[in-house]
Design a protein around this ligand. Sequence first.
Ligand SMILES: CC(C)(COP(=O)(O)OP(=O)(O)OC[C@H]1O[C@@H](n2cnc3c(N)ncnc32)[C@H](O)[C@@H]1OP(=O)(O)O)[C@@H](O)C(=O)NCCC(=O)NCCS
Length: 175
Amino acid sequence: MAEILHLRPALPSDADTLRRWDARDHVADASGDPDFNATDWDAELARTADWQDHRIAMLGARQIGMVQMIDAAREESHYWGDVADSVWAIDIWIGEPDCIGQGHGREMMRQALDLCFARPGVGEVRVDPLASNTSAHRFYDAMGFTFTGPRQFGPDHCHVYAITRYAWRKGNDNA
Ligand SMILES: CC(C)(COP(=O)(O)OP(=O)(O)OC[C@H]1O[C@@H](n2cnc3c(N)ncnc32)[C@H](O)[C@@H]1OP(=O)(O)O)[C@@H](O)C(=O)NCCC(=O)NCCS
């Protein structure tokens, strides 16, 4: 029987796992400039804020990846700049190399979008893969996101994709 994938809240005790994943080439390559994007996981996971939701993807009992969801307007670094109150943003990565390309990312993103759009007032979710990360572009295309244009975040050249609540619900027949 296939193992069930679910997203559980990330805990301070996940910091070592996240650092281990950050050191992997396939995660580092997707993360952009390390000076701009390095995350202090101890501080990040210790913080409780209603503008963020960090989840670990569990495949059965195994930790395989991470999903970070943030309210783009209220997130404290203002990474997304001026943005409407209704916009959330997602970062997603699978840390375990043997789990890539098997549909787990699709299921992680499906659950993450359901979590975002379950929040009242969230009308759009954005992602910002590096312009060079063509696999991620195909992944977001396959998930129903729309490419909205290139954008530079600090030193990183990115492609911004977005999906509206309407498009997500329509694509999943649960409007
Ligand atoms: C991006 C990522 C989360 C996708 O998860 P995944 O489990 O590898 O992708 P899936 O197997 O669920 O693929 C879902 C769909 O995306 C597309 N896709 C994913 N990877 C692809 C690739 N390398 N080439 C072509 N299409 C791809 C496929 O169309 C697939 O649809 P299908 O199920 O109909 O074949 C994962 O590959 C990953 O963590 N990569 C490294 C970090 C990263 O790039 N994160 C994104 C940064 S923005």
